[in-house]
Design a protein around this ligand. Sequence first.
Ligand code: C2E
Ligand code: MG
Ligand code: MG
Length: 667
Amino acid sequence: MRVLINKLLMRPAIPFTLVLLLLVGTSSVIFYVERTLSEIEEALPITLSKQERDIRVLVTDMGTLVQSIGIARTNQAPGNFSIVLRQIDEMQQHLEVIRESYRFNDVLGASAIHAKLNPAIFDINIWLTEGLYNFEPTSAQILKIAEMRAKEAHTEAEILLLQVGKTAIDVLTAQADRIDGFRNIMILTLAVLTIMTVGLVMLGFRLQQSVLALKDSEEQIRYRANYDSLTDLPNRLNFIEHLSEAVSRSRRSPGHTALMFIDLDRFKTINDTLGHDFGDELIKQVAIRISEVIRETDVVSRLGGDEFTVLLPDMTDEIHASIIAKNILASLAEPFNLFGHEVYSSASIGITISPDDGEDANTLLKNADMAMYEAKDQGRNTFRFFTSQMTDRARHFLELDKDMRRALSQNELEVYFQPIYELRKHSLIGVEALLRWQHPKRGLILPAEFIPVAEETGLIEEIGLWVLRRACIEGLAWLDQDLHPSFYLAVNISMRQFKGGFDRRQMQQILQETGFPADKLLLEITESLLMDEDIRIKDVLAEFRRMGIRLAVDDFGTGYSALSYLREFPVNTLKIDRSFIHDIGASSNHRRLVEAIITMAHGLDLMTIAEGVETSEQDALLSELHCDMGQGFFYCKPVNVDNIKHLTTNKKPRLVLFDPAKKSTKT
Ligand code: C2E
Ligand code: MG
Ligand code: MG
């Protein structure tokens, strides 16, 4: 069948001929039908019966005329004579009508009757009106020959009438035969057309099927050429294409691409001791586990044997590769169930980064392979970067992550608070909660060192909730004091928290647990959050606003400040980044910039806070520029909860200006 289809496919003339035949067939049928119908119509029985009736009337009239002439001859009363003349007149009119209505090729021969009767009526009329051979028109002689002439014509007409009846029957029989033939031909033609149409449809269907089958096999061939048959992962060829593409993309964009080379440890032992079926099953399960750990945009491939590669494109920081490597190792460390047997496995991973370590696929593959051997040398079940610096960085990074998890459970984290002052009267208006880590060995660690790591690993989601809860618990203690009516507690929330699902439900739970009022809480978010395309974040922020929580944009001016976003988002406050404040006294450019930000913010009904105010000059200038609030070492450094308690319990919490030289003693 397949051979036949292929043959058909090779001859496109076949469907074409079929279509042509169909067209010719259909048009012939239409032509034939049209012609036959009009012919049959021309000889319709209704026409026949009208002709027959007309002829019959003529013959009867002629008979009557014969009688009337006979009566006029035997009883030569003038009344009888005028009856004859009137009848002649009527017949002449009737013959006139017949001449007009029928052609000489009429079916029944109305014209033949006409030809018989017309001359007879003409003769009789002449004789009866003008006379003949000196006989008077009303004379018995004239009436006699008129009667003879009429009789003769009547007889001939009657003979013709008999023929007419026979002709009518002949015509009707011929019509019936013709209709029968027509019906048979139509049935035959329709049958042929139906067969041809069905044939055409089937041929089309077959063609479609064979084209699909060809496509299928083409796709299968392509799939087999690009994918590994055991794991269905991209194979080496496909992977090299992905890699080259990612490398050339990373040359154009600022991101990094990481290439991971994964080799199972002691896979040969499993193959040798348990057999190849077990080996294959293990490879399949490893492929699934690796695929589950990586991001959607990453590409995992099987190069062959027990070798896998993972391509991690568009990484903001190459150190992320270490988290993924760690996760892959952790997922492979779980026992595998191979046909009911519990088997343990592990892998060694080599990682290289593009463009730093190389800018072409071959170099990168070689690098990753070398790094993988280094990992094997280091005792397997581990990963190594191609450069030792990256490996060191990753080690530090992952150690910090591990330490942070411990810190969270061992209560090593602490929330400090830094006061924020209203600049007009220098009265305390709020405090910002800032995280600190009291490391048992390294002492106090500032957030700049560990928060980025927590953001990368996702631990910030847990830490962030902890800070919020802690700050609310501490903050509640100050609220019953004589504070500024707009006093607020500010807490930093990182983008990763929102991405991780921080929402109204979590927020409400903390507020309920701690009893902290929503309208005294201010969340500090980053500019990048406003720029994020995730519509859900916008909704969450709007919900927070509806709860009465205030929102501030932190470090304003350092991100991509698309000002239109400020209108779209329900923010209340801009915190002008300390890099602008730092030079506000020395640089008129910075001063103008800060002034512009303040004017713009006020125009949008936003409050402004100057961050990092360190001198009285900056403080005075900011007041002059109508900045609403200030925060910085000039007023007070971030302090632990005991010190902030002292500040807030002061009945009149006014700023006590202090000598910057003695700043350190104050914090
Ligand atoms: P930030 O939110 O802009 O906080 C202000 C930072 O500026 C604090 O640094 C504070 O100590 C510092 N600062 C305040 N006044 C001055 C000054 O006059 N001069 C100078 N040079 N610095 C001043 P810190 O506490 O080291 O925090 C750094 C950043 O870490 C914060 O910047 C914030 O982005 C982040 N962070 C701190 N705590 C948390 C937290 O609980 N969650 C999250 N997601 N991020 C936090
Ligand atoms: Mg902040
Ligand atoms: Mg800031």
